[in-house]
Design a protein around this ligand. Sequence first.
Ligand code: CP
Length: 322
Amino acid sequence: MGNHLLSIGELEHQDIEELLNRARFYQSQSLYQSVLPATFQNRFVANLFLEPSTRTRFSFEVAEKRLGAQVLNFQANVSSLQKGETLYDTFKTLEAQGVDAVVIRLTEEGILKPLSQRLSLKIINAGEGKSEHPTQALLDLYTMKSYFNEIKGLRVAIVGDIKHSRVARSNTYLLQKLGAEIIYSGPQAFIANDLKGTYLPINEAIKQADVVMMLRIQFERQNEGRITSTESYREEYGFTEERLKLLQPHAIILHPAPVNRGVEMDDIVVEHQQSKIFEQIHNGVWIRMATIERALGGDRRWVSSSKVDEFGIKMNGFSGIS
Ligand code: CP
């Protein structure tokens, strides 16, 4: 059967827990690839990136290949989209050719759900305009879970260009669902009126946070309130070396990346021992393996966290999500 993954809102607590547990399982198995069954060797996944990407695109491709699926990388600039073909017809074409799932990144918002209702192939949202980036939020949660047993009550500061950020939205929906407290910080021009939460000055946000999640200025999405000086942005809203002294010893620093070093974060902060940015990227592979597995369905793999799976590994090494 399989499932789309279009937004955080469609995931129940049980779905989130199972995705995290499957990611944990795949991480635990990463050194023993040969023991993984070839369940997906006749399944086809197409990666369709209509916006730039490094991390998400490659981690999906690595994930698909680790699962043994057949991987197709769609090249939009030499596709019939250039000749006026609609996205629906592109999907229908891939479906007719036997593609089981499509991983898509796009600028246009609100079309994935109606598309999904007209197709039998499964759609995974790999970043949709300003609205959602669900697998990023899941891998961020997975990374947080490595450091904090309880998400409930965790204070997460999301700092920077919140208004234009799909990462801020998906993280807010996911973390608030799990009982975390979200605080925001950023310039007036980057306030997101659709998200509920307290805005604090950056020094206060860093001081109070268990997790500081920095965001890149989304220059490509700004048509108003443009930031004109990156130097003054760094001084007023960036995580500078000077601000490291405000960080609590147990706190961690996240960023979905790419990072504009020297703008929203100083080099030394990116490389700091409390920064987990490259761990986030690493964890993206396991979360995307779990997401692809869920999309493709299959005959076995959706085991509950309390069961012993076919490799004899008890899936309770990873605590629950609350
Ligand atoms: N975090 C993220 O989505 O990075 P990419 O744009 O490189 O995929």
